[in-house]
Design a protein around this ligand. Structure first.
Ligand code: ADP
Ligand code: ZN
Ligand code: ZN
Length: 723
């Protein structure tokens, strides 16, 4: 009798043995229903053996094989095994958590193929429609043909009402059912430039073999256009492409561009904000080989793709590729590994590579492809100027020259963007009489003042409270907002430019996806004069009329204790600067600073990423930081800091590290208390990845074996965020 070794979602490192009853067939990669304790669970068969190590009478039979989804392919199983091993997570839990929720449940999968829709011949023009929902549906469809899931995705939270609107529009012939698109037709927007063509040829020269590339191109240099041309060749061969982006629900323009370029291709969009049904059907379309393109966030790397022939990671430097809970994997690194398993090229694209990636190029592991110029005719990189706050004094946070520059844009009918990476009104509410400042009762952090709805909010734990009428320690009623966030800058700009149309974009102003899509469209159509926003506005957007970017409060990151702060700051500033002057009219970037001579700003003004990277790498090398060493962090939290530190010290003593591995002393986190837990971590370093991995394996085994109940802990391999 055959024995199946089954992965179950249980935090143990072992697999579980089950018997395969006569008359059933099962292979590695099959999903199966098995009895476990009192209930039935979904498991994944990882191995099939002739006999078990356990006594035969204790091996229970599986209940059935769940064959309504394709068998998980061998390269998928290998990827997931690798991730579990590398990031020190239990294998069963990793396998199951790599599947969409529906595939982890015993409920049968939806049988019917997904329905597709397009606008019908009777459809009125959306502008003439009063009914907002119907108008939005027609606008979402546009000229295209969309799967039901993709059509309903912008209406999360009101899906039922939207479905009923859809039904009535179908009856009226405004919308009609269509067949699933699946062709390879490519609508190129531009003929490739000489540089783009060189990059495309270089990647396409080696189909069918693994090779990692870094596509280093300044903002607007046509990297996306390169991806599209590469994907077109992949689709021509009947193969599949995986495209990963940091954020998809906030960049509807990108999705639209893919749909426009490949009107007949089934595009599977995957991210964590999708409803269950949409995500399941996108996953199935990819796994069945029906979707030619999978476009998604980091979790898209976990999609089975039977005919994978190209992996693209856009904005590869972006820290959101790293998962910050459970399996703490790097989506980018996993993507490169995935390409290796599939034997295909991996293209990592960015204007500001992660230093690790840049270093991999210099070491000859990755092939460097450069796009040094902007692609659109007449478009050049913006001029970056530093506004010395030592010489001109800012009024309400805005330097006179920035105000004048905005004024000039208003007069010319061009748009300006004021970037400040802090949402809310002011980061601190305090009393000047006694020095009191509003703090979070659960965290070692200040409460952020949100003036729009008159609340104090903790950005670490989400706690909220009303604004006190008077200082709780001295009774002073004149409490002051200290520092600035987006809301306060918006208020200042509104007072200064009374007739300008000002739009604020941050996580508070855009709660829903559809709302942001409409706001961004409005901006593109020129329905705003001044944009105020955070990071949300920095990434990937293309605003044709935007010619000025003003940067406030960037200095604080210059002197951070986190050695990655400079790298992140440079990337953010280059990104946000890249929003300016993307068409014929040249752009200008004004950075307000007290340190106009700082080398980071000088490199930014020269658009000299290579120079910046060289100086950062020299510093990292001298200080012994990644990419010259490999790191892992053991993080812990408990009710008392003493307990947290005690746990970490005991953990450090569990396994004696080999000579090549260094275990540092535990240190409290910067925000030590968060949501009533006291946090600390210890870092482990080694110049050898293999030695570090070997140590981590032994160490995590001991940690899992003797984990105390009163301390929460996790290991983070290749950590990037230490807050
Ligand atoms: P990136 O991804 O590097 O930011 P995009 O691919 O979005 O760059 O291109 C930036 C702009 O240049 C877009 O408006 C795009 O339509 C245009 N563009 C890209 N390639 C070309 C080309 N070969 N000729 C003309 N315009 C181009
Ligand atoms: Zn006071
Ligand atoms: Zn808090």
């Amino acid at each position: 009798m055959k024995v199946l070794r089954v992965a179950l979602d249980i935090p143990l490192t072992t697999l579980f043995d089950y018997a395969l009853p006569d008359g059933l067939w099962a292979h590695a990669g099959d999903r199966v229903a098995v009895p476990f304790g009192a209930r039935e669970r979904v498991g994944v068969v990882l191995e099939v053996e002739a006999e078990s190590q356990i006594e035969p009478e204790r091996v229970k039979p599986i209940t059935r094989v769940l064959d309504d989804a394709p068998r998980l392919p061998a390269d998928w199983l290998e990827l997931v095994r690798f991730l579990a091993g590398y990031y020190q997570r239990p294998l069963g839990e990793t396998v199951l958590s790599s599947l969409p929720p529906r595939l982890r449940s015993l409920r049968p999968l939806p049988r019917e193929a997904e329905r597709f829709y397009r606008a019908g011949v009777n459809a009125p023009s959306p502008d003439t429609l009063k009914a907002a929902r119907k108008r939005a549906l027609l606008e979402t469809l546009g000229e295209g043909c969309l799967a039901e899931g993709a059509l309903l995705a912008p209406f999360a939270g009101q899906v039922e009402a939207t479905r009923s609107a859809l039904r009535s529009m179908l009856r009226a012939g405004w919308i009609e059912a269509a067949r699933a698109p699946s062709g390879a037709r490519f609508v190129a927007q531009h003929a490739a430039s000489r540089e783009q063509a060189a990059a495309i040829e270089r990647v396409a020269r080696a189909p069918g073999s693994f090779q990692p590339f870094l596509l280093h191109g300044v903002t607007g240099s046509g990297k996306t256009e390169v991806y599209l041309h590469l994907i077109a060749r992949v689709l021509e061969r009947g193969a599949q492409a995986l495209v990963m982006v940091p954020e998809i629900s906030l960049t509807p323009q990108l999705e639209a561009r893919f749909r426009y370029a490949f009107p007949d291709t089934r595009l599977a969009v995957l991210h964590s904000a999708l409803d269950d049904g949409t995500r399941t059907s996108a996953w199935l379309a990819a796994a069945r080989g029906e979707a030619g393109i999978v476009l998604g966030t980091r979790l898209a790397v976990l999609t089975p793709l039977p005919r994978l022939a190209l992996v693209v990671v856009d904005e590869e430097h972006d820290s959101s590729f790293k998962q910050q809970e459970g399996l703490r994997y790097s989506g980018r690194d996993a993507a490169v590994y995935r390409a290796k398993l599939a034997g295909c090229p991996a293209v990592l694209g960015t204007a500001t590579p992660a230093l690790e990636t840049w270093y991999n190029c210099q070491a000859g592991r990755y092939t460097l492809l450069e796009l040094p110029q902007r692609a659109a005719p007449g478009s050049v990189l913006p001029a970056v100027r530093l506004v010395d706050l030592g010489r001109e004094s800012a009024e309400h946070g805005l330097a006179p020259s920035l105000v004048a520059a905005i004024e000039a844009r208003l007069a010319r009918g061009e748009q300006s963007l004021v970037f400040i990476n802090r949402r809310g009104y002011a980061p601190v509410l305090g009393c000047e009489a006694c020095g009191w400042a509003a703090g979070c009762t659960r965290c070692s952090a200040h409460m952020v003042l949100h003036a729009a709805d008159r609340r104090l909010r903790c950005h670490h734990c989400g706690a909220e409270s009303a604004i006190p009428r008077a200082c709780p320690t001295c009774g002073n009623v004149d409490l002051k907002a200290i520092g600035r966030g987006t809301q306060r800058i918006e208020e200042t700009l509104a007072a200064r430019f009374a007739h300008a149309r000002i739009v604020r974009i941050d996580r508070d102003s855009v709660r829903r996806r559809g709302e942001l899509t409409r706001t961004l469209e409005g901006i593109r159509r020129g329905e705003a004069d001044i944009l105020v926003g955070t990071q949300l506005l920095a990434k990937g957007h293309d605003f044709p009329a935007l010619t000025l970017v003003g940067v406030l409060n960037a200095d604080s990151a210059l002197f951070s204790t986190d050695y990655r702060a400079a790298e992140r700051l440079y990337a953010t500033l280059a990104q946000v600067a890249g929003r300016a002057g993307r068409r014929e009219r040249p752009g200008e970037v004004l950075v307000q600073t007290r340190f106009p001579g700082h080398p980071l700003y000088a490199a930014l003004a020269r658009h000299d990423y290579a120079g910046f990277a060289a100086s950062q790498l020299a510093e990292r090398k001298a200080a012994g930081f990644p990419p010259y060493v490999f790191e892992a962090a053991l993080r812990a939290e408990a009710k008392q800091l003493a307990r947290t530190l005690e746990f970490l010290r005991a953990a450090a003593a569990l396994v004696a590290p080999p000579a090549e591995v260094r275990v540092y002393d535990p240190v409290p986190a910067v925000v030590t208390r968060r949501a009533d837990f006291e946090r600390a971590q210890l870092v482990v370093q080694s110049p050898s990845r293999a030695a570090l991995q070997e140590f981590l394996r032994a160490w995590s085994e001991r940690l899992f074996a003797q984990a105390p109940r009163d301390v929460r802990w996790h290991l983070d391999v290749d950590p990037i965020e230490f807050d």
